[in-house]
Design a protein around this ligand. Structure first.
Ligand SMILES: *[C@@H]1O[C@H](CO)[C@@H](O)[C@H](O)[C@H]1NC(C)=O
Ligand SMILES: *[C@@H]1O[C@H](CO)[C@@H](O)[C@H](O)[C@H]1NC(C)=O
Ligand SMILES: *[C@@H]1O[C@H](CO)[C@@H](O)[C@H](O)[C@H]1NC(C)=O
Ligand SMILES: *[C@@H]1O[C@H](CO)[C@@H](O)[C@H](O)[C@H]1NC(C)=O
Ligand SMILES: *[C@@H]1O[C@H](CO)[C@@H](O)[C@H](O)[C@H]1NC(C)=O
Ligand SMILES: *[C@@H]1O[C@H](CO)[C@@H](O)[C@H](O)[C@H]1NC(C)=O
Ligand SMILES: *[C@@H]1O[C@H](CO)[C@@H](O)[C@H](O)[C@H]1NC(C)=O
Length: 385
């Protein structure tokens, strides 16, 4: 191209890069006495959101994202294909996401499979696995006797169940599509709707949360058990309740050293049945993990100022990331809010990929590229650290 066209091209590219990559510092001293402080940075029309901002509530945020991080929207659909789970698999080079409940028992929750091959341009397909009814959260799963060095991981879904199928933990082989239930009850009692799940690296135990959202969204019978958090040992079938006292136990995630467990209470969100009640929790609690088996020292880790902290993931530095009402909020391990990846819409979950983050806002899918932070699970499961 000639020099003038090249210059115009350069200016356009530089402008786009600047718009996408600039991390906006939030002046907390100004914010402290001006509740409308943030509006100066928000798009005036968020009815069809396409704007994504990186807000630094703390100088450390740029070190977490990396100075080159950029964010953009990949999809804005009229169906809600991107909701929860988000299980990265290095072998298939795909990401597995659950769609949102469509309020139609005849049209159950699908798995959206996003192709991560650069040539595929994030194209996706949808599928269902036979043993799954209404899957929500999920994680990589190493069955008893396997580890990341011997076998590629399977997937483990938190299946909320429906009026026929009880809520369950379901293992899926992402290569063959074979699926099987590994837990369907608590010693003969039904779960309400299992919401999210993680595997402890040292013991192989499965830790998971149970909530009422299947009932609140009219696809499960009335709950018959409290909102609790469980530990299940797949090799022996042993199951224990490890925490209770939640309005709605929801997101669950370990610190990278497995010494801390984070559990969110999304009690503020009551679904269409109860509606939103902002006086109830939108809170992440932290616990000490004792002897890899028990929980102690429950404390408030963080309270989300917008929406409710749904899916939680940690990075290898121990920062805690959660999908909230206006995007992703990131806290350091002390619970200090470092920043937000702000898109203005309810964001239920997200997934770390090597150097990237995919963000699930139901009808919308967003991406952060050039990301410095490394997901705990990507590192543990695939050695991509
Ligand atoms: C916001 O955007 C939507 C969709 O593009 C449009 O229909 C609506 O008129 C816009 N509202 C305002 C206040 O500009
Ligand atoms: C950021 O991008 C610049 C220019 O492409 C490159 O030189 C630099 O190494 C990158 N930094 C990081 C931390 O990736
Ligand atoms: C599931 O996938 C099928 C086939 O692609 C589609 O017809 C259906 O609408 C999808 N359901 C949901 C809830 O996304
Ligand atoms: C990638 O997909 C988007 C829409 O999803 C499209 O706008 C874009 O042109 C595609 N890019 C390439 C290189 O195919
Ligand atoms: C558990 O749920 C299943 C399926 O919804 C139902 O058939 C069964 O009766 C329930 N069991 C108990 C003990 O409530
Ligand atoms: C909101 O939740 C609080 C605490 O559970 C309860 O006391 C109050 O009645 C609820 N408000 C509404 C409007 O439901
Ligand atoms: C398994 O994970 C460890 C880190 O926990 C990593 O060092 C190793 O390379 C991984 N192995 C494979 C085959 O991914």
């Amino acid at each position: 191209m000639d020099a003038r066209v090249q210059l115009v091209y350069f200016v356009i590219v530089a402008t786009i890069v600047a718009i996408m990559s600039s991390i906006i510092p939030i002046d907390l001293s100004a914010f402290a006495t001006n509740p409308s402080y943030l509006t100066q940075y928000l798009p005036t029309n968020v009815s069809t959101p396409t704007v994504i901002n990186l807000f630094a509530y703390n100088d450390e945020f740029v070190n977490v994202l990396g100075a080159n991080a950029t964010a953009r929207q990949l999809y804005n659909l009229d169906t809600q294909l991107f909701h929860e789970a988000g299980i990265y698999n290095k072998q298939t080079n795909k990401l597995y996401v659950t769609s949102n409940w469509a309020f139609d028992l005849a049209n159950p929750i699908n798995i959206t499979i996003i192709d991560l091959d650069p040539a595929a341009n994030y194209s996706y397909t949808t599928t269902r696995y036979s043993a799954l009814a209404e899957p929500n959260g999920g994680t990589s799963y190493f069955p008893p006797g396997s580890s990341n060095s011997s076998t590629p991981p399977r997937h483990l879904y938190a299946d909320e169940g429906d009026f026929i199928n009880p809520s369950a933990l379901v293992s899926v082989d992402p290569v063959t599509g074979h699926s099987e239930k590994i837990l369907t009850n608590y010693l003969g009692r039904n779960f309400s709707s299992i919401n999210d799940v993680r595997q402890h690296e040292g013991t192989g135990d499965i830790w998971f949360t149970d909530a009422d959202y299947g009932y609140y969204q009219y696809f499960r019978p009335a709950p018959t058990i409290p909102k609790q958090v469980y530990r299940f040992t797949p090799s022996t079938g042993q199951i224990s309740v490890v925490a209770d006292g939640f309005v709605q136990s929801n997101g669950i995630e370990f610190s990278p050293d497995f010494k801390t467990l984070y559990i969110s209470d999304t009690g503020a969100a009551g679904g269409p049945f109860l509606g939103v009640n902002l006086t109830r929790p939108s809170t992440i609690y932290a616990y000490d993990v004792i002897n890899s088996k028990h929980l102690a020292n429950r404390r408030v880790f963080a309270y989300s100022d917008n929406g409710f902290p749904d899916g939680i993931h940690t990075d290898t530095q121990g920062n805690v990331w959660a999908g909230c009402g206006d995007g992703i909020h990131v806290w350091d391990k002390e619970g200090t809010l470092l920043g937000k990846i702000w898109n203005g819409v309810e964001t239920n979950n997200f997934a770390f990929l090597p150097g990237k983050l995919l963000i699930f806002s139901n009808a919308q899918l967003w991406i952060v590229e050039g990301l410095k932070a490394v997901g705990r699970e990507v590192c543990k499961d695939f050695g991509v650290c």
